[in-house]
Design a binder for this molecule. Sequence first.
Ligand SMILES: *Cc1c(COP(=O)(O)O)cnc(C)c1O
Length: 422
Amino acid sequence: MSDPATHTPQTTDLAADLASDEVHELSQLSSSALSQRYQQSLLGVFGTPQRVLVRGAGCHVWDADGKQYLDLLGGIAVNTLGHANPLLTSVITSQLATLGHVSNFFTSPSQIALAEKLLEISGAPAGSKVFFANSGTEANEAALKLTRRNTGTPEAPRTKVIALEQAFHGRTLGALSLTHKEKYRAPFAPLPENVTWIPAGDIEALRAAVDQSVAAVFIEPIQGEAGVKMLSARYLQAAREITREAGALLVFDEVQTGMGRTGSFFASTPVIPDVMTLAKGLGGGFPIGAMIVFGEENCARLTPGDHGTTFGGNPMACAAGLAVIHTIESQNLLEAVKTNGTWLREQLSGIPGVSQVRGAGLLTAFELAEANAPKLVSVALDAGFIINATDENTIRLAPPLVITQEQLETFLTALPQLIANA
Ligand SMILES: *Cc1c(COP(=O)(O)O)cnc(C)c1O
């Protein structure tokens, strides 16, 4: 076998020869040469990429210089099945070879099958339905449009949306209105939604904020981008009761927490919201977003012509979603995620310099007593580990759901020295 960084599976060799001389040529360049080309051609919204990655397999990826990394971030909670999962690869490629895209003037068996499967695993009552989009922010845009139809009456219009402090719901204008961070929102004001943020986890604050003027309440069951801030089951249940009493719609944004990440399919189970949004882990790396709308009355809020998308629900994305759910079920991954996540947090708690370990399943964060988190990210990268800093003190881990304790152990063993060097 050739060097892992340059080895490409046989099936793509032909494609590389025929269709992608440019990519082939670029893959011969060094990492630093590629970074320079990146900076000349890609819009500077992401800063400098940490590395140029050329290949992945399981929980590992390789960069353009042939260096191997253990991926403890999973493309930000996306690569549920790791990299180059054989089933996911074959399902997507065979779907593409059979039927890759149809417009939403048509449907396909994989679209219907994934919708039915999502309704089944979310415990949705009869009359519930699914809308497919292509990303998390798009799923939330759909949810915002749906909740706008909760208009109230002309005398008592519902004009407000409630979101939580530190919330992150996406970057398009509607979803951005819900995102709490002033730094993300302020440069793009005015934004379309009339949003009030309340302290996360405070039931009394929620009760006080949700009245007849509120159309919807958006909640991430665990605030991922905020640094894995946990909300209690009691809070989610209270949110259900408070919104129902006030006639406001409850939206759970499970874009990051859904699809087995926390050791159950959805972090909010057993609470049933009016709307749930999904994306990140659903396609295992293939772009897809989804909005599950619970109950007939809510589904009736959007009717033909009210919303749409060209790519949403395309056969490949839906086939990918089915392969992800099938694998989670057939390999009993929810149990493994629970066991390995609990074990990981126990081990982390014993490491000097690590404090406040929190999370559920394989969504974990820990705080650093002294070291600087962005520095630790770069020290860890040099040592072959991909991790993420959500702020100056906090490290987030969201590895593939298929990661083993042995793989996690290599990181835990290295961590004390990495912290000392950070
Ligand atoms: C990542 C994320 C989004 C945005 O998803 P994109 O696919 O990046 O648009 C929305 N909500 C939550 C909770 C997220 O973690």
